[in-house]
Design a protein around this ligand. Structure first.
Ligand code: AMP
Ligand code: GLY
Length: 426
């Protein structure tokens, strides 16, 4: 079968790699792709938001299944456009992708269906938000309702910061219309865990757990980024946490979406905070995403045993109850190699060397994110997050030392990485 993947990041490279392992697959296309994806897929220069052009491409090239990696096209309704043309596509329809597309929607859903999450209130006017803050408990969290490249969340440690945050989101419109509405949320503390799942509308199957590192600098300092590294599994995702979430979070979310007439088929990413109450761990949902996480996918998929095509098809055909997900009894660590300066200004266009060091190895992976070919045909840096170096090993400790060994195999000017990915697990 022929598969089209929509996106251009490390996540899409990991998906393309996993798809390439399936004996059922005869051709892989990726729109728009990057210099690493180009080694296993034919890259097509159509942007992820050009739904009609993508659908025309899929029809003309007899694509059997399209897989959407990114949030923007899902929230924008790419699945509905493909389905209207009779094309098979994996991902939630627009009315279900709102689970990620509107934080106010997801908070209201959780409240209505008793899914554990932080206390919150929603505001559409800055005056009302400011008035609410006067009596609110500080620290407090402000969230733009809409998509904001993962940057629309402000953790405010003083009342002044919170007031300034309301101005940033609602008046200065730093994230555009994403800030027309905001959620003001109770500040929670605890360990964070990312749990990815496949959903077919009725059945949900949980993948192995992971944890990412969002801040740009070591010791969780610096600005928030898309993610500077991740490890899987998370040792903090215990059997007790799993049991709690199976009872109160996972199926409850799928059932709630169905009850709302928004049947969800695709990936649900649960961002969990493991809060503590009198020595007891209470997981609460920080956020939902309607797609694979990045960089989490770069450590989760290399550990997955199933043929991923079987799982994607089961989600589309609503037969996921017949599938057992299986993961290796090992561990994975991914270290993101970025461009110095990210997530603010950075330079690009530097030649990448040493990629051949990863060839032929089954426990090391080099996933490309912001890369492209220059006119001479060399892979060059083309983004803030450039590469993901993943290693697997028997234990997290082993995977971590292998990943940090391999980061020096590949080079480019202005290479930057965190040196403490996974350090908390040692
Ligand atoms: P989100 O995009 O909603 O995952 O938020 C980004 C990050 O902000 C999360 O990964 C958390 O580290 C932090 N965060 C979000 N909501 C809260 C909260 N209610 N309390 C504490 N930290 C939060
Ligand atoms: N790594 C977090 C995300 O993909 O949103």
């Amino acid at each position: 079968m022929k598969v089209l993947i929509i996106g251009s990041g490390g996540r899409e490279h990991a998906i393309a790699w996993k798809v390439s392992q399936s004996p059922k697959v005869t051709g892989i296309y990726c729109a728009p792709g990057n210099a690493g994806i180009a080694e296993i897929a034919e890259c097509v220069s159509i942007s992820a938001m050009e739904f009609d052009r993508l659908a025309e491409f899929a029809a003309a090239n007899e694509i059997d299944l399209t897989i959407v990696g990114m949030d923007d096209p899902l929230v924008g309704g790419i699945v509905d456009v493909f389905e209207a043309k009779g094309l098979r596509i994996f991902g939630p329809r627009k009315n279900a992708a709102i689970l990620e597309g509107s934080k106010a929607f997801s908070k209201d859903l959780m409240k209505k269906y008793n899914i554990p999450t932080a206390e919150y209130a929603t505001f559409e006017s800055p005056e009302e938000a400011l008035e609410y803050l006067e009596t609110a408990k500080i620290p407090i969290v402000l969230k733009a309702d809409g998509l904001a490249l993962g940057k629309g969340v402000l953790i405010c440690n003083t009342l002044e910061e919170a007031k300034a945050g309301v101005k940033t989101l609602m008046e200065d419109k730093e994230f555009g219309s994403a800030g027309d509405k905001i959620v003001i949320e109770e500040f929670m503390t605890g360990r964070e865990v990312s749990v990815l799942s496949f959903v077919d509308g009725n059945t949900i199957k949980i993948m192995t757990s992971a944890q990412d590192h969002k801040r740009a600098k070591d010791n969780d300092e610096g600005l928030n980024t898309g993610g500077m590294g991740a490890f899987s599994p998370s040792p903090f995702y215990t059997a007790e946490v799993d049991e709690f979430c199976k009872k109160y979070v996972y199926q409850a979310t799928v059932d709630a979406m169905k009850a709302e007439g928004r049947t969800f088929q695709g990936i649900i990413f649960f961002g969990l905070m493991l809060t503590e109450d009198n020595g007891k761990i209470i997981p609460k949902v920080l956020e939902y995403n309607a797609r694979f996480g990045d960089p989490e996918t770069q450590v989760v998929l290399p550990r997955m045993k199933n043929d991923i095509i079987d799982v994607f098809e089961a989600c589309v055909d609503q037969t996921l109850d017949k599938i057992e997900l299986e993961f290796e009894d090992n561990a994975g660590v991914v270290v993101v190699l970025a461009s110095d300066g990210y997530p603010l200004a950075y330079e690009k266009g530097y030649e990448i060397t040493g990629q051949e060091n990863f060839k032929g190895k089954t426990d090391y992976f080099l996933f490309h994110a912001g890369t492209k070919f220059n006119e001479a045909g060399h892979a060059v840096t083309n983004g803030g997050r450039v590469l993901g170096v993943t290693a697997t090993g028997a234990t997290l400790k082993e995977a971590r030392s292998k990943a940090y060994e391999a980061v020096s195999w590949v080079n480019y000017e202005n290479k930057y990485m965190r040196t403490d990915i996974g350090a908390a697990i040692l």
